[in-house]
Design a protein around this ligand. Structure first.
Ligand code: ADP
Ligand code: PHD
Length: 467
């Protein structure tokens, strides 16, 4: 089989874990599979890179950069030591990482002096996590006796739009990936950095936070993979986040559509865009646990396997704000909603949920990070005839499943289950696909809401009576 295997930050968290990842990939390669490996940065590194970049820009402290670089070097050199046995491979990788980290230090010091961090330089800085991880993973493979080369996303052929922080691959990427990666498929395991690509001018771009799943899907389409495997610290896509609901179960089959709804409604197990390229080319995506390689995990496929459960999973979105816009001017008028949403679009604000309670008001959910610019822009542009208010203490809880479409009574069960827990629903939204019902509740109650809905739809019981 031709498989793209993606390992997230938790799976490559340190040298021991990288060694395990290399062993896993080797075991499939030795069995005759053709494997391309996509790696994320070591857990937490991307966050730290973004923090140090912002700090360099705001405070300009070169000493803080030097301290960060020392720690980063130490972390990655320790990982090399733990993951790679062969001394000459070890020396090669250390030399390469040293050059790359020096380059990063210079960029950060530059930001300190300039006091400026453009979107382009932010992408460049945040790309270093993956650009430091890939050589270690590739080195661990070489050390175990497998030929391996590592590529940045751009080197592998991922050429993107110029939207720094949220770039998308251009159509030509797929042919480029095929051309560049196919020759090495038979006799090596090639390693590609997740999360990053480059624009047509050769500048590094990023595909959005947690974008390595998306990379795997893009590479999978490029090499015409049989399956794309996303290795995680969890058993697969589960009926709820197992950290919130310990009795959550693995969903064995889920459709592309359901998986997309689930991830865009907050299930961090999958990047919302990750499914898109694989769905367009009908490549199955498997979500598997690095701790249980023999467990099949979840298979995401076209077919909507109707399960006994109308609801397949419960998810939640935290760190969001509810914005209410109301005005008598909205009654009996055409185009007012277009004006409101154009204001948001001009400020680059994505809307996560919308609900219109009456003709004179509309409510929607945006990420917390966008709240203040949204409120400011709406107030400035809509004027005094409009009332704009917001709540920042809210979260979204959603039930998702294709079985909900056309099944009466699901909404009643959602409201009753939340009511029994005394949870008041601040806003309701349902997609026209009828694949989800989402409710905005207070953040203090969202975990209870998830657990209550999980219990109401009996998601802790084996589907169709068997595991
Ligand atoms: N429905 C869900 N099923 C499985 N995991 C979920 C779900 N919702 C949220 N999660 C969380 O998503 C994370 C996915 O695993 P992780 O290995 O961290 O992925 P990656 O490293 O690729 O980002 C887990 O921490 C898990 O708690
Ligand atoms: N390292 C990037 C990309 C990524 O996909 O990471 P992870 O697979 O650990 O979610 C991020 O933190 O956003």
């Amino acid at each position: 089989m031709k498989i793209v295997m993606k390992f997230g930050g938790t799976s490559v968290g340190d040298g021991k874990k990288i060694r395990h990842v290399a062993e896993l990939a080797k075991s499939y390669y030795d069995k005759g599979d053709q494997v391309v490996l996509v790696t994320s940065a070591l857990a937490g590194v991307t966050d730290r890179l973004l923090d140090v970049g912002n700090d360099a820009c705001e405070n300009g402290k070169v000493t803080a950069v030097t301290e960060f670089i020392t720690a980063l070097k130490q972390q990655h050199f320790t990982a090399v030591d733990e993951a790679i046995d062969d001394e000459s491979v070890k020396a090669e990788v250390i030399e390469f990482l040293t050059t790359r980290i020096d380059e990063l230090e210079k960029a950060l010091v530059g930001i300190c002096y300039l006091g400026e961090l453009t979107l382009r330089s932010r992408d460049n800085i945040s790309s270093y996590g993956e650009r430091l991880a890939a050589p270690i993973v590739s080195g661990a493979l070489r050390s175990s006796g497998i030929a391996s080369v590592d590529y940045t996303g751009g080197e592998a052929g991922i050429i993107t739009t110029d939207v720094f922080g949220g770039a998308k691959p251009l159509q030509k990427s797929y042919a480029l990936i095929q051309e560049r990666l196919t020759p090495g498929l038979k006799n090596s395991v090639q390693v590609v950095t997740g999360f990053i690509g480059e624009n047509e001018d050769g500048n590094i771009t990023t595909l959005g936070r947690s974008g390595s799943d998306y990379t795997a899907s893009i590479v999978g389409v490029g090499i015409k993979a049989d399956e794309i495997w996303l290795w995680k610290e969890v058993d697969g896509i589960m009926t709820a986040n197992p950290k919130i609901v310990p009795s959550a179960r693995t969903i064995h089959f889920i459709s592309y559509q359901e998986a997309m709804e689930l991830s865009s409604l907050g299930a961090e197990v999958l990047h919302p865009r990750a499914i898109e390229p694989s769905m367009m080319h009908n490549i199955p995506v498997r979500v598997k646990s690095t701790f249980k390689p023999d467990f099949d995990g979840t298979l995401v496929v076209t077919e909507n396997k109707k399960s006994k459960n109308v609801v397949k999973a419960v998810s939640m979105i935290k760190k969001v704000s509810l914005i209410n816009v109301s005005s008598p001017e909205m009654v009996d008028s055409v185009g007012k909603l277009a004006v409101i949403f154009s204001i948001l679009a001009n400020k680059d604000v994505g809307v996560r949920l919308i609900s219109q309670g009456s003709e004179s008001s509309i409510s929607f959910i945006v990420n917390d990070a966008d709240r203040s610019k949204t409120v400011k822009a709406l107030k400035a542009e809509l004027g005094e005839a409009y009332t704009i208010d917001y709540r920042s203490d809210v979260s979204v809880v959603a039930v998702v499943g294709a079985g909900m479409a056309g099944t009466p009574g699901v909404a009643k069960r959602v409201f009753t289950a939340l009511g029994k827990e005394n949870i008041s629903i601040i806003m309701i939204s349902q997609g026209s696909s009828e694949y989800n019902i989402s409710c905005v509740v207070s953040s203090a109650e969202v975990n209870t809401a998830v657990a209550a809905l999980h219990a109401e739809f009996e998601l802790d019981k084996p589907e169709n009576g068997k595991e």
